[in-house]
Design a protein around this ligand. Structure first.
Ligand SMILES: O=C(O)CCC(=O)C(=O)O
Length: 148
């Protein structure tokens, strides 16, 4: 992590644990950059960890490779009542990131990504840990930053 962040790294104390029940859209994360929610600085890295095999039908993540190069994008569309996504980005390449239990997906806080619906008959569990350079500012809502 320190190599990726170019300095001593810290783990943010807020580590969400997601429980995505089959067919439930309530907590679906529409296309977004984590920076919109995590704030602090733009070089934060998310570690997305599925706790079971997560193929397409169980709601693997979708990403737009290279979209972190676009910088901070306005999330100008309201979706599902309370979430926001950017418009004007949907001409880009999209990849579905199917994962196995034990895999780890690391991505930059400006990378555009989205949930997909859990269409399997079983629950989808995941955690998202976030890392920042200790020297960079972080938002207090993400908790204390613990040196790693
Ligand atoms: O787990 C998901 O479906 C979405 C997670 C996400 O968008 C995130 O970790 O930033």
């Amino acid at each position: 992590m320190s190599d990726l962040l170019g300095g001593r790294a810290g783990l943010m104390g807020k580590i969400p644990f997601r429980i995505d029940l089959p067919g439930v859209t309530r907590e679906l994360a529409v296309w977004h950059q984590d920076y919109r929610y995590v704030r602090g600085n733009t070089d934060i890295i998310t570690a997305w960890v599925p706790l079971q095999d997560t193929p397409y039908v169980r709601g693997c993540l979708m990403v737009m490779p290279g979209s972190q190069e676009l910088g901070i994008i306005e999330h100008d569309h309201e979706v599902l009542g309370k979430r926001h996504s950017p418009s004007g980005v949907f001409g880009r390449e999209v990849r579905y990131v199917e994962m196995r239990r034990g895999d780890l997906l690391l991505f930059h806080s400006l990378l555009l990504h989205s949930s997909t619906l859990n269409m399997s008959p079983t629950v989808r569990l995941s955690i998202q840990a976030r890392y920042s350079a200790l020297s960079a500012p972080t938002d207090p809502s993400m908790g204390q930053v613990i040196p790693v």
